[in-house]
Design a protein around this ligand. Structure first.
Ligand code: 26Q
Length: 819
């Protein structure tokens, strides 16, 4: 009995209703007739959790007994999206819940819309982590995801007079039914203080860390259910709390008010997600967050192993820690510290173990996005870790000098310690030296990582570098988000595609089948109607019928070039206003933007303001006869993405070549039948190779052309001077057409494009406009468009995150599925 898990409730409508009403009564303390929608949602969530519980307990038992190697995914972000729909899918309870709730006079969709998504991530990197843990559970691979339970996730975006205003994301305020706190399993995390040398009983010289303060990490477990396979993995997010030592500590003895303030200080560590997704600011609290969750996670895993009497020399038989970018890299010196200082390992044996337990994924190419932590800050917060980093670096540089005798310049270049602008630790170098493998996230990115970001390292250790192209989970982004397309696919080729996405290839023969095309088109139309009602209710936005739906959704960044999309819109508008073309010549088109800007990123916020002002003007000018619309719903998030992406005709992936590491939105659009207009960048390259040039609108310079132009000297103003269409569009902004005649409002945006344009939007404008003309030509032939659209679905099965996970397993982790 002690080990026997609970059994699952009955898989029947009756059983479900009984369970649901029971949860409503016992969990929420209300009867059905008096319950609020939130009560009903919480009771429904509990009910579904109960179905997963037996499988979760069983998974834990099986995994523990099997003593196999697991993946420890270390990520500061998990952008999970809503949980209920996914849990219903994983348990196959969708129909039963729908019918059962109907019997209770309730509507499943209404309860589902009550859920607030946990937005514990900024964008691509956080969503990737969520897709990966979904795939690992579905593939029966033991994985534990480790991260931070931010009390406030990514801010809620609102617009005031067209400008972005951030509101706190209070995702926990109505209760969070998907988490299981385990305060009894809390761990202590130390900070500050100093180190001292001492001689141990065996006469060995050792070092100990004497920390100055500490906090408690409280684990919150979340279920990560596999799709219909009975596996439920765990996501463990850490929340910071004050320890006893904190309120009773030396520095505040007797001062009650100060003690309470100290508690707040500790809890600040997991209070809020940093909303910057590039240009790290070197904030002390951010470093505290990173060390906090990493220390908790290593402690947690190692304690579990030690309980079983495990010999830590063999740690890599049990775990591989995947570092999701450099954010968790402080785990490397932390593991060294545990092994050397606490477990009494010799340095060299500890280093052998540590090197075999980590692998590093890089997600960027932008130099300013690479994390460098000042040694001053590191030494103050984590003095022992800084010493360990210095020692790792010394030994590494000795190896470099031995390999390249006399090449002191190279040794300096490769040092983990940067000397300018201040002394700091290059976290990417530390990760590269410590990791068994280093990977980029798309073929082009991995190549550029080798050639441009870490060339010395790839020369020294060519076999360390590999690529794993990103992927997305087909469960959430096709099966759940696009139910009618999923039914059509399953009716046509069976339902194996949900866990074996390459089977979408079997749809290829149907691309020319008029009957299939009609059904496919009707589904797109249905998805558009669904989006229309959502946007109407959510934002009061009215989408016109029959328009080409042109979608650009992603974080706002200069390198992603929302401004290029905007120049295209302005140019179309300007041509109609000036009479160069008639409104009736326009392909009816609605452009949808979704984008959050980092709160401190001025240019990004100005661009948001300009998009909103252009929308206001374009949407209300009768000269366009309603044939061009711009919609910018606020607060783009996973929940909105699930409705937007399936409705899109055209996917905008227009970053400057060599800047977007991969992109994953691009994959979601293609899998849902949108055609891509895109540059030769990130995973676009692979999408185009797979779908074929005829079914992809390529434009712009490729990466070598970008490098060449940059080397030659890029002067954006020459494009303004030589291209009348571009000039007219920019002049329109400058003349105040979108700012009630105010010629200064968008001065900085225009000035930046004309005189700096770091991401060469002006250079690619002509080619972009030409590609958009091709889009319109193709859209005019609906059969040809639909054919391409079907082929996009059929040929992009490669982008399942299940495939990414297989690649990680084969190239990096060398773990085994459980069965
Ligand atoms: C670092 C230090 C301090 C504060 C914030 C950060 C920080 C936080 C988030 C730095 C970067 C991020 C997020 C990066 C990100 O989302 N990168 C994207 O990763 C995707 C998944 O691999 C790729 O598809 C995108 O191309 C890449 O931009």
């Amino acid at each position: 009995l002690a080990t026997a898990p609970v059994s699952s409730p009955a898989h029947s409508v009756d059983g479900f209703v009984r369970e649901f009403l029971h949860e409503l009564n016992t969990n929420q303390g209300v009867t059905l007739s008096l319950s609020s929608v939130n009560d009903q949602y919480l009771a429904l969530a509990s009910t579904v959790k109960n179905y997963l519980m037996a499988r979760w307990l069983e998974t834990n038992r099986k995994t523990r007994d099997a003593k196999v190697k697991a993946v420890g995914y270390l990520s500061a972000e998990y952008l999970l999206g809503r949980q209920l729909g996914n849990a219903l899918l994983a348990t196959d309870l969708g129909e039963i819940a729908h019918k059962g709730l109907e019997l209770c006079g309730l509507d499943l969709a209404t309860l589902r819309s009550q859920e607030v998504e946990p937005g514990l991530g900024n964008g691509g990197l956080g969503r990737l982590a969520a897709c990966f843990i979904d795939s690992l559970a579905t593939m029966d691979v033991p994985c534990i995801g480790y991260g931070i339970r931010y009390e406030y996730g990514i801010f809620r975006q609102t617009f005031v007079d067209g400008r972005q205003v951030e509101q706190p994301d209070t995702w926990l305020s109505l209760g969070s039914p998907w988490e299981f706190p385990h305060p009894e399993a809390s761990v202590q995390v130390d900070f500050g203080g100093h180190t001292e040398k001492y001689t141990d009983d065996d006469g060995r010289e050792r070092t100990r860390w004497v920390p100055a303060w500490n906090v408690l990490g409280v684990p919150y477990n979340y279920m990560v259910p596999g799709y219909l396979n009975g596996r439920v993995n765990t996501l463990r997010l850490w929340s910071a709390q004050a320890t006893k030592a904190f309120d009773l500590g030396i520095f505040n003895a007797g001062d009650y008010a100060q003690a309470v303030r100290a508690q707040t200080f500790a809890e600040n560590i997991s209070k809020v997600l940093y909303p910057e997704d590039s240009t790290p600011q070197g904030k002390e609290l951010r470093l505290q967050q990173q060390y906090f969750f990493v220390a908790c996670s290593l402690r947690d895993f190692i304690n579990n192993e030690l309980e079983e009497g495990f010999d830590l020399h063999n740690l890599s038989d049990r775990i591989i820690f995947q570092l999701n970018d450099t954010h968790p890299v402080i785990a490397v010196p932390e593991l060294m510290r545990i092994l050397v200082d606490e477990q009494g390992f010799e340095w060299d044996e500890a280093w052998e173990v540590t090197k075999s337990c980590f692998a590093y994924t890089c997600h960027t190419l932008l130099p300013e996005a690479l994390e460098v932590w000042s040694t001053e800050l590191l030494g103050r917060l984590l003095p022992r870790h800084l010493e360990i980093i210095f020692q790792i670096n010394d030994e590494f540089l000795a190896e470099v000098r031995a390999t390249y005798p006399g090449d002191e310049i190279r040794a300096r270049r490769m040092s983990m310690i940067a000397e300018h602008p201040e002394r700091g630790v290059r976290m990417a170098y530390l990760a590269t030296v410590a990791g068994t493998k280093v990977n980029g996230v798309a073929a082009l990115h991995s190549q550029l990582l080798r050639d441009k970001v870490l060339p010395d390292f790839s020369q020294l250790w060519p076999e360390k570098f590999t690529n794993v192209t990103n992927g997305v989970t087909p469960r959430r982004f096709v099966k759940m988000a696009n139910p009618h397309l999923s039914d059509l696919i399953s009716d046509t080729i069976g339902n194996g595609w949900v866990t074996d996405l390459e089977r979408l290839r079997e749809l290829e023969p149907y691309a020319d089948d008029p009957e299939f095309q009609d059904k496919f088109r009707e589904i797109k139309a249905w998805n558009k109607r669904r989006l229309t009602s959502l946007l109407e209710a959510r934002d009061g936005i009215v989408l016109p019928d029959g328009h080409l739906l042109d979608v650009m959704v992603k974080r706002l960044h200069e390198y992603k070039r929302q401004s290029l999309k905007l120049l295209h819109i302005i140019s179309l508008y300007e041509q109609v206003v000036s009479g160069k073309i008639a409104a009736s010549d326009l392909t009816p088109r609605t452009v949808v933007f979704g984008a959050k800007a980092a709160p401190g990123y001025k240019m990004a916020k100005d661009t948001i303001h300009l998009i909103n002002k252009v929308a206001e003007k374009v949407n209300n000018d009768p000269v366009l006869e309603g044939r061009l619309k711009v919609a910018f719903p606020a607060n783009y998030n996973v929940t909105l993405a699930e409705k937007l992406i399936p409705a899109a005709d055209l996917s905008e992936q227009i970053s400057l070549a060599g800047m977007e590491a991969s992109g994953t939105g691009n994959m979601k659009f293609a899998l849902n039948g949108a055609l891509t207009i895109g540059t030769d960048d990130g995973a676009n390259v692979e999408i185009r190779e797979l779908v074929g040039d005829k079914h992809f609108f390529l434009f712009g310079m490729d990466e070598p052309a970008v490098a060449e132009l940059g080397a030659k000297g890029y002067n954006p103003i020459t494009y303004y001077e030589s291209q009348p269409q571009l000039r007219a569009a920019l002049d329109m902004v400058m003349n105040g057409a979108f700012s009630d005649g105010d010629q200064d409002m968008f001065g900085s945006v225009v000035h930046n494009l004309l005189h700096q344009d770091r991401f060469m939007a002006l250079a690619d404008f002509e080619s972009y406009v030409a590609a958009q003309a091709k889009v319109e030509e193709k859209y005019a032939d609906q059969a040809a468009w639909t054919r391409s659209s079907i082929l996009n679905v059929a040929r992009t099965g490669f982008f399942s995150s299940d495939r990414s996970m297989r690649d990680y397993i084969q190239r990096i982790w060398h773990t085994q599925p459980m069965i």
